[in-house]
Design a protein around this ligand. Structure first.
Ligand SMILES: [Zn+2]
Length: 60
């Protein structure tokens, strides 16, 4: 089974094992919709700075 990564609006990453090709899940931490991340390179398309800041600073 493939492992998919999902990112919510708070920049939290959730890894899930999914049988089917789901596009989004509910973030277990903030309960908002987390969208699937297609690949490691997706971060750069969205802006590396935004991702790095969001992920690092919101881990409280
Ligand atoms: Zn979240």
């Amino acid at each position: 089974m493939p492992v998919y990564e999902f990112e919510c609006p708070n920049g939290e990453i959730t890894e899930r094992l999914e049988k089917m090709d789901v596009e989004e899940i509910v973030c277990p931490q903030c309960h908002q919709i987390a969208k699937k991340i297609m690949s490691c390179c997706t971060f750069e398309l969205k802006g590396g700075g935004w991702y790095a800041d969001g992920y690092a600073s919101r881990k409280k």
